[in-house]
Design a protein around this ligand. Structure first.
Ligand SMILES: Cc1cc2nc3c(=O)[nH]c(=O)nc-3n(C[C@H](O)[C@H](O)[C@H](O)COP(=O)(O)OP(=O)(O)OC[C@H]3O[C@@H](n4cnc5c(N)ncnc54)[C@H](O)[C@@H]3O)c2cc1C
Length: 418
């Protein structure tokens, strides 16, 4: 097979979120593309936050596999130490149970021989460092919207909102849940709205968070406290729309009291230390991830309930899987081959659907008020808590240490080593 003639870029990525930027750096870090051969198109690029700014309201719980991937693309070690917090324990309990007693499930990193259970990372710092790593890797950043896509047998072209045209072997849509790339490719989605908002803020609590991620399953939706390095916690409180609207209308003191009650007083009195932000929640999955010369990844391909903090972790595994598959292409000239991109699609679609289904099932089970479901989940949590082997498997799965993870993420070693 003769190689198609060289194009403007090997790869054009639409979207400069954490995933678009990480994918671009990964292509260079894995030596799949040379500096200058990958471009990112985005309507806006993130700007740096001042060093003394408060933690971003968006925080991410990241797994070990995500940490390894971000290390490999030069992001992790550039994150300011005060913007990353390793948590050591996790406690999940049902509304009818107690965090330290019946109806709860606890994990401790010491039980699984790991230094921590993952990291809480400041969203703005992560976003900025991902973009910086892409710049350092020689990725070309183009500020513009996406206007049109035309794929031919030998390449794919995108026309930008400012009239420029870019040709490449592969187009990657990493432009989030409202992906224009997906729409222009004519890829349909399925799913449903949860009719819930996730309320997000940072709070002070009277009791220490003890380096623990806490999650209580309430009937209107789960309430999570993610520990921050300054002793505060970042909350993600998912509630049905009318309840979320009621909570948002409360003044700070009344909201703190409602939060204290919703957490069963487990962390003592809670006090808001930031404004509240709200995110509408839905389950959405693209019916296809791959078209000739084009793929989707991250929220453009799948949006899941945030109850287990998995969306970005799944998206980073999409990046890793795509890099793994492109590594088998035999060079950038062959990146657009549909058979290769279908391999990525089969791999990631099954993993992501499994995760989305599990999270959807958990959300339904825990929001169900009938006594059988209530009894089942309390008994289920207590039972799993008494099974060290099952707990270890669950914790390792959450850390991304087992499951269908690309080989190059399985061990903590330096890159590149294809
Ligand atoms: C409340 C909440 C808590 C969460 N917590 C966690 C967590 O703890 N851990 C975790 O792993 N995940 C978490 N998630 C999920 C996570 O936020 C998403 O999965 C992740 O941000 C998706 O990243 P992305 O890069 O695909 O999309 P986005 O972050 O949405 O980025 C898309 C990018 O594309 C750009 N773009 C969009 N349209 C265009 C266009 N037409 N042209 C050019 N550029 C465009 C945007 O400007 C943006 O830069 C949470 C989600 C919610 C709602």
């Amino acid at each position: 097979m003769s190689a198609p003639s060289s194009r403007d870029f090997d790869v054009v990525i639409v979207g400069a979120g954490v995933l678009g930027a990480s994918m671009a750096s990964l292509l260079v870090a894995r030596k799949l593309s040379a500096p200058g051969r990958v471009a990112i198109v985005a309507e806006r690029f993130a700007t740096a936050a001042s060093a003394d700014a408060d933690w971003d309201l968006r925080v991410f719980a990241l797994s070990r596999a995500s940490e390894r991937l971000l290390k490999g693309c030069g992001v992790w070690d550039s994150l300011p130490a005060q913007r990353v917090f390793a948590y050591e324990r996790m406690c999940v309990w049902d509304a009818s149970g107690e965090p330290q007693g019946k109806g709860s499930l606890r994990f401790d990193c010491a039980e699984i021989g790991e230094p921590n259970l993952g990291f809480i990372v400041d969203g703005r710092a992560l976003q900025w460092q991902c973009l910086q790593a892409a710049r350092t890797a020689g990725v070309v950043l183009l500020e513009a919207g996406l206007a049109a896509i035309v794929a031919t047998d030998s390449d794919i072209s995108v026309r930008l909102s400012d009239g420029r045209a870019l040709r490449s072997q592969l187009l990657i849509g990493a432009d989030g849940q409202e992906s224009k790339t997906r729409a222009l490719l004519g890829i349909e989605t399925a799913g449903h709205a949860y009719h819930q908002d996730a309320l997000v803020a940072h709070v002070r609590t009277a009791k220490s968070h003890c380096n623990t991620a806490w999650q209580r399953f309430l009937r209107p939706g789960p309430l999570a406290f993610l520990p921050l390095p300054d002793g505060r916690s970042s909350i993600v409180w998912s509630a049905a729309l009318p309840e979320a609207a009621r909570l948002r209308a409360l003044d700070g003191e009344a909201f703190g009291a409602a939060l204290t009650a919703a957490s069963g007083g487990s962390l003592g009195d809670c006090e808001l230390s930031t404004p509240l932000a709200g995110f509408a929640l839905k389950l959405q999955y693209a019916l296809e991830y791959a078209r000739p010369r084009a793929v989707l990844l991250g929220d453009a391909a799948h949006v899941v309930h945030p109850l287990a903090g998995q969306g970005l972790n799944l998206g980073l595994m999409d990046c890793a899987a795509l890099a793994d598959v492109l590594g088998q292409a035999g060079g950038g000239a062959f990146f657009g081959e549909h058979r290769l991109l279908r391999r990525y699609e089969r791999w990631r679609r099954s993993e992501n659907l499994l995760a989305a289904g599990a999270l959807d099932g958990l959300e339904r089970l825990f929001s169900n008020a009938d006594p059988i479901s209530r009894g089942l989940r309390a008994a289920g949590l207590s039972a799993v808590d008494k099974l060290p082997f099952v707990k270890r498997r669950l914790a390792q799965r959450a850390l991304g240490l087992n499951g269908d993870v690309p080989e190059f993420l399985k061990a903590d070693r330096a890159w590149p080593h294809k």
